[in-house]
Design a protein around this ligand. Sequence first.
Ligand code: ADP
Length: 226
Amino acid sequence: MIKFENVSKIYPGNFAALENIDLVIEDGEFVSIVGQSGAGKSTIFKLITAEELPTEGEVIFNDKSVKSIKRRHLPYFRRNIGMIFQDFKLLPQKTAFENVAYALEVAGYTNEEIAEKVPEILDIVGMGSKAEKYPRQLSGGEQQKISIARALVHNPHVILADEPSGNLDPISTWEIMQLLLKINSLGTTVLLATHNKETVDKLRKRVIGIENGKVIRDDKTGKYII
Ligand code: ADP
């Protein structure tokens, strides 16, 4: 479970990016966080990963305050969280297989474990046949599937997807959403930050609307109204 208890975030310069946020996201939920650019969506994600700390209030991840996690434990803590970005962030000189393998290498997995695990994960995202391709040889949607595979390597508790379809056409966008729904149905909590109204309406999942750092709606029926 992820819980925000009266969370405010004030960046240097005295700018309140988030103000008095109270939120509970249960295990297994699929939640879209919508709002204009600058509303505070990415700040919510950065507070969950402890990349930023709240100025006030508490961010609780699985019953533990994120603030209390020791710096040296952060890499382990972050294995609970898979991140997906608008610009994919794949390594251009590595193949699809190697991009996914790299996340396991840095975590100390053996070559045998990597050889077993990577093809399994590439199959989950439907990219098994593209394992030897480099990012430049793949479409945007395919690159995003590889980055989703990379996000899954540690069987994360939650996936944070920050505008994952920002660079994709409508067909690839929907494929990525279906993949996120599939991952969610296998038990992973998914938080999707987006301003794509059409996508959110089609998903019919919980929508949290953010405006100027405040929650202005929290709608279980999943219509994007702002
Ligand atoms: P969104 O993801 O909805 O576009 P952000 O969470 O990135 O919004 O940003 C919320 C507000 O906080 C914006 O006005 C942004 O300029 C500001 N902001 C974000 N990061 C920083 C930072 N490191 N320092 C100062 N201001 C920041």
